[in-house]
Design a protein around this ligand. Structure first.
Ligand SMILES: Cc1ncc(COP(=O)(O)O)c(C=O)c1O
Length: 431
């Protein structure tokens, strides 16, 4: 094994042997090279005053070489903030500002030890780093039955982990923390599990209330006390879009410092929060008790980044940084929040109006981009294709009964027509 990975492993083992035991075989092997091209270039950047002939970019007139056809459309930005490689961990100013934003929006993080967020190629990449570092063949990944389908590819297909599902809602239509607890304890013999928490939830648009959040944390604590080692991932893709009286913070804050057997990992990013889906800017952040341990986890993460994408896109990091620095950022974000909230409220008032009878019910929702209908009289896939072919209306069928509606992309004044059309589709199929 490479001495650098050995050293990182030793630090992790010394500071928390439970976290060491959570590492995949790949995570044990991986390291971020200290003496390779990147570090020699970094050294040259500060010392090579005559000529810096280190890294594989091209320069001209003291700036990164570039084509006018590209720069003309990006003229608001300095070439140095667009063309060179971003550091593998991301632009330092962006990481700093994202951390500050996270602390401001999650007061429960106060006094907790967390790493600096590391920039990822958006959330999917953050999740795949978690999978690389902590999932081996046969490890269990525990999540609600209503979840983002890509988890299956990231953890199941790509890393060979076993997906374990529990019903998202309990009989009172609240978050089923009892189900989470049972799923955890049913896998106690495995000694280890990855827990995926995603609020606001895709596809239902549900975020638990504060008490439900405490019950989730208590379930995790109970499993940790029973000896399970748990990597608990908060996928905060839709963070901030909380329209009602649910939790308004990530559970990452409550999970930090919970138990030595729990490693909280926050996966978040600008994608959905800042409405920049194609930018591919996300972050991965760890909570652990020691700086040395956090730094070792960061090095392992950088090893994966270096081995896969080498570094994330520089222009989009610059764009997001620029937005975060702007005095108009908060006001503009609030404006968009209000639009999304208005749409969610409109959907709820339509569904509660009684005009659609009992052809469907809907899963409780209070946040995010989506809501899900539970169809009572027709198959979801049959309705989906009928709506598409007959009315040109696109929805997502999930399982036998569920139809996901992204109200995020329907203007408020069109929502009534949308739901009326879906209703008409149901009636067509049942007459
Ligand atoms: C719950 C959830 N997590 C992660 C992602 C992926 O986000 P990104 O586009 O930043 O990779 C999505 C995208 O749909 C999502 O719904």
């Amino acid at each position: 094994m490479n001495p650098l990975s050995q050293q990182l492993n030793e630090t992790i083992r010394q500071d928390n042997p439970n976290i060491y035991a959570m590492l995949s075989r790949l995570a044990q092997q991986i390291y971020f090279p200290k003496e390779g091209i990147l570090s020699q270039s970094a050294e040259a950047a500060s010392k090579a005053k005559a000529f810096n002939a280190t890294i594989g970019i091209a320069t001209e007139g003291g700036t990164p070489m570039h084509l006018r056809v590209i720069q003309d459309s990006l003229s608001a930005y300095n070439p140095k903030d667009i063309y060179p490689y971003a550091p593998p961990a991301g632009k330092p100013e962006l990481r700093k500002l994202w951390r500050e934003k996270m602390l401001k929006e999650n007061p429960s993080l106060e006094g907790k030890q967390i790493s600096n967020p590391i920039v990822t190629n958006a959330l999917t990449h953050g999740l795949s780093i978690v999978a690389d570092l902590f999932a081996d063949e046969g490890d269990v990944v525990i999540m609600p039955d209503k979840n983002w389908e890509n988890y299956e590819l990231t953890f199941g297909i790509r890393r060979g982990a076993e997906m374990v599902y529990y019903p998202l809602y309990n009989e009172e239509w609240k978050f089923n923390s009892e189900g989470l607890r049972d799923a955890l304890l049913a896998n106690r013999d495995k000694g280890k599990a990855i827990v995926l928490l995603n609020f606001p939830n895709n596809p239902t648009g549900y975020t638990p209330g504060r008490e439900e959040g405490q019950a989730i944390v208590a379930a995790i604590q109970e499993a940790a006390e029973a000896g399970m080692r748990l990597v608990v991932v908060t996928d905060d893709a839709y963070f901030g879009l909380f329209f009602e009286d649910s939790m308004h913070e990530s559970l990452f804050g409550n999970l930090a410092s919970l138990h030595p057997n729990v490693l909280p990992v926050k996966v978040d990013g600008a994608t959905k929060e800042e409405y920049v889906w194609g930018f591919r800017v996300g972050f991965i952040t760890y909570a652990a008790e020691s700086e040395a341990l956090l730094s070792a986890l960061e090095q392992k993460t950088l090893g994966i980044i270096r081995a896969t994408i080498s570094s994330g896109p520089h222009p989009s990091q610059t764009f997001v940084l620029h937005a975060l620095q702007s005095p108009d950022f908060d006001a503009q974000k609030q404006e968009k929040f209000n639009i999304m909230k208005s749409r969610a409220n409109k959907v709820k008032s339509l569904l509660d109006s009684g005009k659609y009878g009992d052809v469907w019910s809907y899963y409780p929702f209070n946040s995010g981009y989506f809501m899900c209908l539970k169809l009572n009289t027709v198959q979801a896939e049959t309705l989906r294709t009928h709506l598409l072919n007959q009315y040109g209306v696109g929805t997502i069928a999930l399982g036998e009964t569920d139809l996901r509606i992204a109200f995020s992309c329907i203007e408020e004044e069109h929502l009534e027509q949308l739901f009326d059309t879906i209703y008409r589709g149901v009636i067509d199929l049942t007459q």
